[in-house]
Design a protein around this ligand. Sequence first.
Ligand SMILES: [Zn+2]
Length: 280
Amino acid sequence: MPELPEVECLVRGLRQQVVGWHTQRVEFRRTDLREPLATAAIRAALCGHRLETIARRGKYLLLSRRDGQGVIAHLGMTGNLILSAQSEPLSKHTHVIFHLTRGRQQRALQFIDPRRFGRLAPLVAQTQHPWLQALGVEPLSHSGLARYLWQASRGRRVAIKNFLMNANIVVGIGNIYASESLHAACLHPCTAAGQLAYRDYQRLTRAIKKILRQAIAAGGTSWRDYRDVSGKPGYFALKLAVYGKQDQPCPRCQTPLSASKIGGRSTFFCSGCTKILPSH
Ligand SMILES: [Zn+2]
């Protein structure tokens, strides 16, 4: 599943490749993604207009023209946006094609999504879309993240890993990055969020920002099927310390790593150098 670093890499690639291009037409080959697509409104939002801004909020991509109208997209489980020459053959999972032009040049931006959990909708203005209303803060750009998380967690008995993965609190910390950040901060994923001290959140926040930045620098790493905007595979360069490494030695203390399900998601941790804090 694409996570924040992959979406951020895609946004950066699209920014270089499609800003300044005009949408000539939008072709729909299927309209039954996670929700039925509002085809007429999507066409009206883009056709004949120049793409001016490509942005990310959480794992949503916002492609908009100068007045803020445009489209909002989410890649779901298996979605991607791939730029191709107009003449290249389409994937059988290409559901929407944005035909772009700049002068005489032509390109196709394909929304590809084998499992069709992706979302696409017209955008009236960037801050007003209902999909964005309940989203928590951005982990990379929020300057007071440690204090915010510490305050939001007071009195909460939920496991810190589930707390971090709650997109209504903070966006973009998926399963892999939650396990990795907690391990880097020497915190056990099952500890109640409300038990952690402010200094724990300071350490955790530093780990989250560092790991997300490394993953972005590596070109998006967590997702096996990741392709960048030109369809090339990602670099897979982020070295994971604990995720997927059950029974392998902890890089910090050599204890064999443990795996369990927390909130229904696979979780990897070290029972040697991280401990569950006792509840009061
Ligand atoms: Zn350890």
